[in-house]
Design a protein around this ligand. Structure first.
Ligand code: NAD
Length: 354
């Protein structure tokens, strides 16, 4: 793999490899664009099949963070960290070693929870670095951001319904939810409270049990979920689920969920647009978690977080308006608007103020 070639393809600014012999830590930190400010991006821990897979993941995720921060109106850049290893094998020394690498970057990246890491891990990292968020609530942090992510997706689905049906009411609407983990289960509950019917799927037995018993959802098989008759298909599990095999069979009017990198390739956004399926760009609709961790770092009030998460509704409506006017896929419009903001803020910084 030619690392510089891939960095160029993904417009990646910097990649930092971290290795600590004592704890076995192997980690990669990637920076995509830091025009808007220091990078803010989670630290994922995963047992990648190869070094290449870990590197591609962290660079793609870093790019997504540039877009997400920008479209959310935040002054943070795009970056991400991954630890290569089994999340069950985490230890205090390993997490502290990671914290020291983050501290050594002197504020260029601020990190927090992601897949495979949780608030208590950041209590360990926090002994070594100031540059983190997602601390447990009992340590003054805002804890797990999943509730805020789900709240953002909920408001995003309202915006989609309004766009497609002329009313944002959930009453009588059917939503098929792929993945009832941390985000999916909060989302299912919120939608149900507003009168939606939920069909859920998840390969994890305990999640399915919870969906059946606590949420009283109808259940579907993992492959069946793509072709169900539903108003909304909500991916809340994996990336790459909108691809050549799934998009042609979708029977929904809207795709709107929290999963990162839902489109296998950019052209699948065009396929959805051409099929008349409204796609809520993932980095817009799932930005509630980022808004939450940014608020923790900036010590913003609860009211401000609530306001910003509700603004996801407006951000999506603005994207849909431009998409209609220019006849462009919503995924393309969201990227254009996000990168336009990065570009313009970068330009105003040419004005010397002190
Ligand atoms: P999670 O791991 O708690 O839940 C994911 C669920 O998906 C699990 O229950 C898992 O069993 C299930 N799943 C795995 N493969 C599946 C499949 N083929 N079909 C159906 N279900 C499947 O993760 P989460 O925190 O709920 O996040 C869900 C998605 O949202 C991820 O893609 C994540 O990157 C993204 N996201 C999460 C947040 C957040 O605040 N947690 C923020 C932004 C984006």
């Amino acid at each position: 793999m030619d690392v510089f070639e891939v960095m160029e393809d993904l417009s990646c600014q910097q990649v930092v490899f971290c290795h600590d012999e004592a704890t076995g830590l192997k980690a990669i930190i990637a920076f995509h664009d830091t025009t808007l400010g220091p990078a803010l991006g989670g630290c994922r821990m995963r047992n990648y099949a190869s070094e290449e897979e870990a590197l591609m993941d962290v660079m793609r995720l870093a790019r997504g963070m540039t877009l997400k921060s920008s479209i959310s109106g935040l002054d943070f850049g795009g970056g991400k960290a991954v630890i290569w290893g089994d999340p069950h094998q985490k230890s205090e020394p390993m997490l502290r070693a990671m914290g020291r690498f983050v501290e050594g970057l002197n504020g260029r990246i601020i990190t927090g929870t992601d897949m495979g890491t949780e608030p208590k891990d950041f209590a360990h990292m926090g002994k070594e670095t100031r540059y983190l968020t997602s601390l447990p609530e009992e340590m003054g942090g805002r804890g797990d951001p999943s509730l805020m992510t789900a709240t953002g997706v909920f408001h995003g689905i309202r915006a989609c319904l309004e766009e497609v049906y002329g009313s944002d009411s959930m009453e009588g609407k059917t939503v098929s939810i792929q993945g009832v983990g941390k985000v999916g289960r909060h989302l299912a509950r919120m939608l149900q409270e507003e009168g939606a019917r939920i069909i859920a799927c998840d390969p994890a037995e305990e999640c399915l049990e919870m969906a059946r018993k606590e949420l009283n959802c109808q259940l579907a098989g993992p492959d069946e979920i793509y072709e169900l008759e539903a108003d909304v298909f909500s991916p809340n599990a994996l990336g790459g689920v909108l691809n050549d095999s799934t998009v042609p069979g979708l029977k929904c009017k809207i795709v709107a969920g929290a999963a990162n990198n839902q489109l296998a390739e950019a052209r699948h956004g065009k396929m959805l647009w051409e099929r008349g399926i409204l796609y809520a760009p993932d980095f817009v609709i799932n930005s509630g978690g980022l808004i939450n961790v940014a608020a923790e770092y900036l010590q913003e009030s609860e009211a401000k977080v609530d306001y910003k998460v509700r603004q996801i509704y407006t951000a999506l409506k603005d994207i849909y308006k431009v998409a209609r006017e220019r006849d462009l896929p919503t995924s393309d419009v969201a990227e254009i608007l996000a990168m336009e903001r990065v570009d313009l803020i970068g330009k105003i910084r040419k004005i010397h103020v002190y």
